[in-house]
Ligand binder design. Structure first.
Ligand SMILES: C[S@@+](CC[C@H](N)C(=O)[O-])C[C@H]1O[C@@H](n2cnc3c(N)ncnc32)[C@H](O)[C@@H]1O
Length: 214
């Protein structure tokens, strides 16, 4: 992932935002030590942003598509109330085992339910409404996730979609690969969807914030 924001600006923003909890720091550091794909973790600044949105929405039920080692699921679990729930989906058993271990150690881990299996199949088994849905899994399915997420979303609920700037690749026409094309298509679809209001926020790799109008 190519950084889109100057590192010193990123560090300044992070230093002046809600810090990550000790358990998330331990999880992030273990992920960075043990996984080559650790860059997928949303990290402290985007994590603080996800928590802020969850709190502004007053989210009680959160759905996450793409658990990885559990960092963003912990962000949401820390942000929802005591009786809140976070359902998180992934296909990677090894990453899920790390996530489960940290959920077990966290005081908010009991709010999280991890569902192993292809997210579209898991989404078919779920009933709404969810107050907030975070999409952060395989990019080729982004439009499918968005469509299903809208069905599961509460009125005035929010969908957050990660990596929508895709290291700046979204500027390229024609798109260089299938994943870039899928993200461009998602961004165009959301921008033209009369059911929602959206803003593309330039945090990290770009987060699309989508609010259902009714
Ligand atoms: C970018 S990572 C998620 C990062 C996580 N949100 C965090 O902050 O640590 C994307 C995850 O999506 C998962 N994934 C890929 N295809 C999937 C699918 N079809 N269904 C569910 N999860 C999938 C991958 O295994 C990977 O763990």
């Amino acid at each position: 992932m190519k950084p889109l924001i100057a590192p010193e600006i990123e560090a300044y923003a992070q230093a002046h935002s809600q810090p990550e909890s000790p358990i998330r720091r331990m999880l992030r550091e273990e992920t960075e030590r043990t996984r080559e794909d650790a860059v997928m973790v949303v990290g402290p600044l985007e994590g603080a942003f996800l928590q802020m949105v969850a709190q502004l929405v007053g989210a009680r039920r959160v759905l996450e598509i793409g658990t990885f080692t559990g960092y963003s699921a912990l962000c949401f679990a820390e942000a929802v109330p005591e009786d809140g729930t976070v359902i998180t989906c992934d296909v990677d058993e090894e990453a899920a085992a790390v996530a489960r271990r940290y959920f077990g150690q966290s005081p908010v881990g009991r709010k999280i339910q991890l569902r192993l299996g292809p997210a579209l199949e898991t989404m078919r088994t779920l009933s709404g409404p969810f107050d907030l849905i975070f999409i952060d899994a395989d990019k080729v399915n982004y439009l499918n996730y968005y469509r299903r997420a809208l069905d599961l979303l509460a009125p005035h609920g929010v969908i957050l979609i990660d990596n929508v700037l895709w290291s700046g690749e979204v500027l390229k026409h024609p798109p260089p690969d299938e994943r870039t094309e899928a993200i461009q298509k998602l961004n165009r679809t959301v921008a033209g969807d009369p059911r929602v209001t959206a803003v593309l926020v330039t945090i990290r790799d770009g987060v699309l914030v989508v609010r259902r109008n009714e």
